[in-house]
Design a protein around this ligand. Structure first.
Ligand code: MTE
Ligand code: MOS
Length: 771
């Protein structure tokens, strides 16, 4: 082969623990992000002018001082938009620039285009905006009182919950508040638009959703989709925050490029990013759980209310997913799961790793701890009693759990983490320790894999084999650090029997693969891996046909392995086969396609099969709290997680650890505080505390030996989101430590995140003092 780095190896490439394809580039700073790209001549830099009111009528906007500011080239407002002033994913309710009314503090009003980023950022502050204040709905309780919603309430119902509840031996009730979360990707939102010929535009965007970026911009500018190309090589983290929210940043650049004829770039500053763009939904929840004398759940009545912000964004699907995960891993014989989606004058909340699932699961996990306290039992025993299993397999939405691995997974983890012995040791410690208390908890995760909007479960790919046998791989998925590109490259390498170095990973582009879904719902590898394999198989079939004919050999005797094509006793280097095929006029390029089988559900009825399969996992966390200050930390976490037959254990272990730590931040230290004017007060790392290296507990992570029952790519399972919810074990361990203050006889009231203030209030509550 032409490239000296392409060398054959006998080691199987699928299932190998290979480092991320960009790992070295990440750590040496040579991985190119959009801000590292060479800047086109005449590039303009943008800054966004943001609302200073939560809800107000815009009376007048005066930009004379902005335009007079040095370096300013243009001010862009809603009036400059040629076609549709909307950057929303579905509902048409996210203007690029607010025109008559602002709906949240920080909303985009206009953009300044200037010769430098500093000039644009300085000039933005000289705008004079006259507002006429309107009443603002800021919290879930405000919205409940005003009946402000983004859509009607939805419910999942199974059996007669109220009858079952009233017949139950015990009834356990409570409330749980769950905070939101900022994505805090290292690379903030950024885009660059470059105008071309005939009104063409190329958009480089840090987005999980190139197709939607393309379509939003085409609609905004009144252009056909074919005039807009969106390209993404990689994001410096996304976590759901760049599924829809990136559209506004890209659209502002596209508009500036069209208006000025110059390339335009917008890189949000961290504070602006946090104020302008949506976050994880915060929830207020309530539960009433019926249990029998043994602690087995008989009925669950769960109410979820979320703060969606000023517009719909993806809140419908996110709240649906919260409902789908309100059972977590537990069989609910009767269930009534009710979900309210409240509209507020705050930033529009959006996708965040888990997509509502984490908030849904929190409630039933709290209920497990509360049941254990009521019955005086170990919470692990209550959890084990209530797991899904054969004959106890029907979810509240009618899908059946088919792969019953969770009981065995928990047994293995209970053993490997020495849960029982440590529970005893912690008990002994707590009886001796006056001020420091410890707690431990094992919590499971069951996470449904597939987009619940069925049409999104499709993917495309485009594979080229060149005459020298090297391969270019294009597919619709985007790389955000999760290792999608290397996994799909492993699949294609395996198909051709080539080493990984023979496969060139290309940037994601709407010009190569059209009509793609966001890389989200953890389904990136499941979908794009299958589509890419499909493309490779098409080319392979052509090669096989050609070789069979040329070498007069049976097609069944042709194999691709170790960089060569084995045709009976003849071996032909792959490069030679490609070259011979080219000269014989055999096409060496193909598209691939995949759509997930078996899925579909009826949203109105709340019944069906939204998920192709479930990913499973469990974690044991041990926490310590200082009862005088409320400070807490997680000492140790053991995880056993189900990735099916892992495509790449190195990547999967990284996803598990990273997901857990991100969940830990959500549930312990990351707190979003909005003031009574609707201003986000925690908009920088000085006040918003993500976990640091020193917050990482001692960790023991293992992959559960399993394979997907369903025909997924090499029987693997999706891993991107599920591990985040393993962090519920940490929150529950803190709860357990607080419960130790009252000898596990009084259920603490602890909302998330478990900041020192909340932990202290919960301790006071257990002691019978003021919360
Ligand atoms: N891992 C890294 N390093 N960075 C990210 O932004 N996003 C998560 C997860 N893991 C993310 C990540 C989210 S929200 C999802 S949905 C999946 O990756 C998306 O990628 P996948 O479908 O290829 O797993
Ligand atoms: Mo992930 S929240 O589905 O982008």
């Amino acid at each position: 082969m032409a490239d000296a780095t392409i060398s054959a190896s006998a080691a199987p490439v699928v299932g190998a623990a290979l480092p991320h394809d960009s790992a070295q580039k990440h750590v040496t700073g040579r991985a190119l992000y959009i801000d590292d790209m060479p800047e086109p001549p005449g590039l303009l830099h943008l800054a966004i002018g943001m609302s200073e009111r939560a809800h107000a009528r815009i009376v007048a906007m005066d930009f004379s001082a902005v335009l007079a500011s040095p370096g300013v080239v243009a001010v862009l407002t809603a009036k400059d938009i040629p076609a549709r002033n909307d950057v929303s994913p579905i509902m048409g309710d996210d203007p690029l620039f607010a025109e008559h009314e602002v709906l949240y503090h920080g909303q985009s009003l206009f953009a300044v285009a200037a010769e430098t980023r500093e000039a644009a950022r300085r000039a933005v502050r000289f705008a004079k905006i006259d507002y006429e204040d309107l009443p603002a709905i800021l919290t879930i309780s405000d919205a409940r009182a005003a009946n402000a919603r983004i859509e009607k309430s939805r419910s999942l119902t199974k059996g007669d919950t109220s009858a079952a509840l009233s017949r139950s031996a015990h009834r356990i009730e409570g409330t749980l508040g769950i905070g939101g979360q900022d994505h805090f990707y290292l690379e903030g939102h950024i885009a660059m638009a470059v105008p071309g010929e005939d009104g063409d535009l190329t958009i480089y965007s840090s987005t999980q959703n190139p197709t939607e970026t393309q379509l939003v911009i085409a609609h905004l500018l009144g252009k056909p989709a074919h005039a807009v190309v969106c390209e993404v090589r990689r994001m410096g983290g996304a976590f759901g925050g760049k599924e829809t929210q990136s559209a506004l940043i890209a659209a502002a650049c596209a508009l500036a490029a069209v208006k000025t004829g110059h390339a335009a770039k917008l890189r949000l500053d961290r504070d602006d990013d946090m104020i302008l763009t949506g976050k994880r939904h915060d929830f207020e929840t309530r539960y009433a759980i019926g249990v029998d004398a043994d602690g087995r759940i008989t009925a669950a009545d769960i109410e979820l209310a979320s703060r969606c912000g000023y517009s719909a964004d993806l809140s419908m699907a996110i709240n649906d997913r919260a409902m789908f995960h309100a059972d977590n891993a537990y069989f609910l014989p009767a269930a009534n799961i009710l979900s309210h989606r409240y509209r507020t004058n705050t930033v529009s909340n959006t996708a965040f790793r888990g997509f509502g699932g984490p908030q849904g699961m929190m409630v039933v996990e709290r209920a497990m701890d509360a049941i254990a306290i009521r019955l005086g039992r170990d919470p692990l025993d209550i959890r084990k009693l209530n797991l899904y299993g054969p004959a106890r397999d029907e979810t509240p939405y009618g899908q059946r759990v088919e792969q019953h691995v969770i009981a065995e997974l928990i047994d293995q983890l209970e053993e490997s983490s020495s849960y029982r012995a440590r529970r005893k040791a912690i008990h002994a410690w707590n009886s001796r320790s006056a001020h420091i208390k410890r707690g431990i908890s094992l919590t499971p995760v069951k996470f449904g894999i597939s987009f619940t909007a069925t049409h999104l479960n499709q993917a495309g790919a485009l594979v080229h084999v060149y005459q020298d046998g090297s391969v270019q791989l294009n597919h619709g998925g985007t790389e955000m650090g999760q290792g999608l590109m290397i996994k799909v490259a492993q699949v294609v390498a395996a198909e051709f029997g080539l080493p990984l170095s023979a496969i060139r990973i290309m940037p994601t582009s709407t010009a190569k693969v059209p009509n793609t879904s966001a890389t989200a719902a953890s389904a990136g590898t499941d979908l794009n891996g299958m589509a890419a394999r499909n493309a490779a198989q098409t080319i392979k079939a052509r090669l096989i046909g050609f070789i069979a004919q040329t070498y007069s050999i049976d097609e069944a005797e042709i194999r691709f392995a170790n960089g060569v094509v084995h045709a009976g006793t003849t071996t032909i280097p792959f490069a030679q086969a490609a070259s011979e095929a080219y000269f014989a006029r055999v096409s060496l390029s193909a598209t691939g396609y995949y759509k997930t089988p078996k899925i579909g559900w009826d949203r109105e009825a709340g019944k069906g099969r939204p998920f192709f399969y479930y990913a499973w996992g469990a974690a044991v966390s041990e926490a310590t709290i200082n009862t005088l200050t409320g400070e807490n930390r997680i000492l140790r976490t053991d995880i056993l997680h189900d990735c099916g037959k892992s495509l790449n254990p190195a990547i999967d272990l990284g996803q598990i650890e990273g997901g857990f730590i991100q969940g830990l931040g959500w549930l312990t230290s990351e707190e979003l505080v909005f003031d009574d004017k609707g201003r986000l007060r925690t908009h920088a790392p000085s006040t918003y505390k993500i976990p640091t290296a020193s917050d990482r507990p001692e960790m023991h992570i293992a992959l559960f030996d399993n394979q997907n029952d369903e025909d997924s790519i090499y029987r693997s399972k999706a891993v991107g989101e599920p591990p985040l919810m393993l962090a519920i074990s940490a929150f529950s361990a803190i709860y357990d430590a607080i419960a130790a203050v009252g000898d596990h006889s009084i259920p603490p009231h602890l909302d998330a995140p478990a900041t020192p203030e909340r932990v202290l209030a919960a301790i006071n509550g257990v002691r019978g003092g003021p919360a």
